[in-house]
Design a protein around this ligand. Structure first.
Ligand SMILES: Cc1ncc(COP(=O)(O)O)c(C=O)c1O
Length: 390
């Protein structure tokens, strides 16, 4: 008997039951982890026609299908591919939709490895790469060229959290014949449903909130009906499928992502508000704060905020080092979206068109699932050490 989930079911109901149907596999709640390269055909005619659901490990298994179906339900997309990292989720669609001689517009506040890929590989392939200010909005129209094929957005921007006016960018890009891609990792489909805003291809580092436990690397890319075939063909051409154990772990993480995100959101906002009142803090860069320059756009388009934001400390760069070195609970490390809190030094030296000036060094905080009061005490010790370093 198939599961019956009402069309209007709430988000946590959909996260709990999306993707696989237990009755497709003897009623076991979770889908099988299928380790596969070869798939057997019953006869030569079926091998020639490929007239069976699965044909080879790189082209999908019941495990990858379960995750892709769950993401499609969340995104409202025509199809989803699952790749081995978040960076690969950026790389595959860019390679799929860009050719030599094309022009791509990339937001200047983009995740640095995306910029590195564009400045090295894309340029070497003869693609013209141009960066634009995250605050450009409808002004993107003036940057579009006859050969602009893709506008890559990331909102909020990496480390500095500028919120882009996605509806305005989509309108101008589509009028100019370009498609819009969005790295939506920060908001997840729960807090920003990108395809509803006209985005064509939506990218997620599933490493972060979907996996949620800092032990998996994976990415997903979902497309609307117009872009799905090309995205899927690129995925097949590159053989860029994720391994079954990682795919399984992401689906497992997805089940609890709604409740985890609620907690990340509440704790991060509480800490961001508290930080605004603390000595030694020059500014807090969190789109959910009224003081954030793009708060109005965030409020208009997003239904929530996750647990990642930055804080500008007063003082010299050594204040940020002293802050990090005084932390006990909060680890010093890259990535985010896991259950544990992390702090990272931020550099904006890579920016070329929108390098804002800040009053002091930036530190990025990933607020995990620990008790807020314990995190505040840890951060307070860091702030004291930062002040003393002056
Ligand atoms: C916005 C954003 N996109 C993509 C990625 C890449 O994800 P992964 O670490 O899985 O390659 C990251 C990683 O930090 C990220 O912050």
């Amino acid at each position: 008997m198939a599961k019956r989930i009402p069309e209007n079911a709430g988000i946590n109901t959909r996260l709990t039951h999306g993707g696989n149907d237990p009755h497709d596999y003897y009623g076991f709640i979770n889908p099988p982890v299928v380790h596969a390269s070869t798939v057997l055909f019953p006869n030569a005619a079926t091998m020639v026609s490929h007239a069976q659901k699965y044909t080879y490990g790189t082209r999908g298994t019941p495990t990858s299908d379960a995750l892709a179906a769950a993401i499609d339900e969340l995104e409202g997309s025509a199809g989803t591919i699952v790749v081995p990292s978040g960076l690969m989720a950026v790389v595959v669609p860019l390679l799929g939709f860009l050719s030599a001689g094309d022009h791509v517009l990339i937001v200047d506040s983009v995740y640095f490895p995306t910029r590195h890929f564009a400045d090295t590989m894309l340029k070497r392939l003869g693609i013209e790469v141009e960066y634009y200010d995250p605050g450009v909005g409808a002004g993107i129209a003036a940057l579009l060229k006859p050969n602009t094929r893709v506008v890559l957005t990331e909102s909020p921007g990496s480390n500095t959290f500028e919120v882009q006016d996605i509806p305005a960018i989509v309108q101008a890009a589509h009028a100019g014949g370009a498609i819009v891609m969005l790295d939506n990792t920060w908001a997840t489909p729960l807090y920003f449903r990108a395809l509803d805003f006209g985005v064509d291809v939506v990218i997620h580092a599933a490493t972060k909130y979907p996996a949620g436990h800092s032990d998996v690397l994976a990415g997903t890319v979902s497309a609307n009906a117009g872009c799905w075939e090309r995205l899927r063909d690129t995925f097949f051409a590159m053989g860029s499928c994720a391994g079954p154990d990682d795919v399984y772990q992401v689906l497992r993480g997805l089940r609890t992502m709604g409740v985890r995100l609620e907690r990340h959101q509440q704790s991060a906002l509480a800490i961001a508000r508290w930080l605004e009142t603390q000595p030694g803090v020059a500014q807090v860069l969190h789109p959910g704060l009224e003081s954030h320059p793009d708060h109005a756009i965030w409020k208009r388009d997003f239904s929530g905020a996750s647990g990642l934001f930055s804080v500008v400390l007063e003082g010299a760069p050594k204040a940020a080092h002293a802050f990090l070195d005084a932390l006990g609970i909060i680890g010093i490390g890259y990535s985010w979206g896991g259950y544990e809190s992390l702090a990272t030094l931020v550099s904006i030296k890579d920016r070329t068109v929108a390098r804002r000036t800040y009053a002091g060094p930036l530190v990025r905080l990933q607020i995990g699932l620990e008790e807020v009061e314990d995190l505040k005490a840890d951060i307070a010790a860091g702030l004291e050490a930062a002040r003393k370093s002056a």
